[in-house]
Design a protein around this ligand. Structure first.
Ligand code: PLP
Length: 351
């Protein structure tokens, strides 16, 4: 544990035992064949998140998360319009996922807090839960598939979570997590579809509208659609004129497919550099909340494999109107580097 973490976390709190650093826990869990139902995410009975849920999340999590800046970017010069970037990579674990994770943990009952929570994640949600679980003294177990980045696995261990590396992909990891949740009476917290997660992510939208006047459009990367659902609900409630544009890679275009299909549909996805976006099916609650509010979803058809480039390219089409745009997401530095390199191409991207 780093010196900084030691300052933040009370030394008397212990999570359930984790395996030694750098090793994976012995694979003692079979991948269950049976599907387990998540009571918070029921097919055919979606919960539509309300604006009041987001304001209540903003109030509850205000001491545990960073109110990140939304600053004008030098991408503005490249594109001839005003682009602002919401720098949520400045959260302690490097992503906006902390907002939803901390709100979901704070909403648990006393009994649920002492039993602990479980989730399956490739990394960002797992780190967010681990960090806030340690901060709030709530035991956290994360099932991470074997394809999860080793740095993120290690980071969750460093944050004291009980980390199980198991399952060939997210689908298998989730089945294992749901089974364990049932057997051990743990609350399963879906990283993009639990209503409290969506409400927590929506606090980004409140902050953006508060910080940047006269926004024309907000561009949001889409994985399981929790982020876009919360952000769209927040910004459209505060200012219905703001356009909300989702971006996703053709390799995992689960939101666009859900729009075509009239509801979430399971896809065979391919891997992408933007690993957080590789979700084969958007969430039921996320889709029901987001679908009526999202103006447009843009899919990268040329396999550029970067939602970041795509976002700027598409927004670039609006430059004649001198739009003022905001862009949420946490991959800021890589985004800017890649964008600069490909600048001339980006602004000429055509449909
Ligand atoms: C950096 C980053 N951006 C965007 C997303 C997409 O969020 P959601 O799954 O809520 O759509 C994720 C998901 O993990 C992420 O990690």
């Amino acid at each position: 544990m780093s010196a900084q973490q030691m300052l933040l976390f009370s030394p008397d709190f212990q999570h359930p035992p984790s395996p030694p650093n750098g090793t994976t826990e012995s694979p003692s869990f079979e991948v269950p064949e049976q599907e387990y139902e998540d009571p918070f995410c029921v097919p055919g009975k979606p919960s539509v998140v309300q604006f009041a849920d987001i304001t209540s999340a903003a109030f509850k999590i205000r001491d545990g998360i960073v109110r990140t800046p939304c600053m004008k970017s030098h991408l503005s010069e490249l594109t001839g319009m005003e682009i602002f970037l919401k720098k949520d990579f400045l959260q302690f674990t490097g992503s906006f996922k902390e907002r939803g994770a901390s709100y979901a943990l704070m909403k648990l009952t006393t009994e649920q807090k002492s039993a602990g929570v479980i989730s399956a994640s490739l990394g960002n949600h797992a780190q967010a839960l681990s960090y806030h679980g340690q901060r709030l003294k709530i035991p956290v177990t994360v099932i991470m598939p074997i394809v999860a980045p080793i740095m993120k696995i290690q980071s969750c261990r460093n944050l004291g979570a009980n980390v199980v590396v198991q399952g060939r992909n997210m689908k298998e990891a989730k089945l294992i997590a749901m089974k364990l949740a049932k057997e051990r009476s743990l609350v399963y917290i879906n990283g993009y579809d639990h209503p409290d997660i969506i409400a927590g992510q929506g606090t980004i939208g409140l902050e953006v509208v508060d910080e940047v006047p006269n926004i024309d459009a907000i561009v949001v990367p889409v994985g399981g659609a929790g982020l876009i659902a919360g952000v769209a609900l927040a910004v459209k409630t505060l200012n219905p004129h703001i356009k909300v544009i989702g971006v996703e890679s053709e390799r995992c275009a689960s939101f666009s497919k859900a729009v075509e299909n009239g509801g979430p549909v399971m896809l065979d996805i391919e891997s992408t550099l933007a690993d957080g976006l590789a979700v084969p099916m958007v969430g039921y609650n996320a889709f029901a909340t987001a679908a009526p509010l999202v103006d447009r979803t843009v899919v990268d058809k040329r396999r550029m494999d970067s939602y970041c480039n795509l976002a700027v390219g598409r927004v670039g089409k609006m430059r004649r109107r001198r739009s003022r745009s905001c862009w949420t997401g946490s991959d800021f530095s890589r985004t800017v580097r890649r964008t600069k390199r490909k600048a001339s191409r980006i602004i000429t991207v055509r449909r």
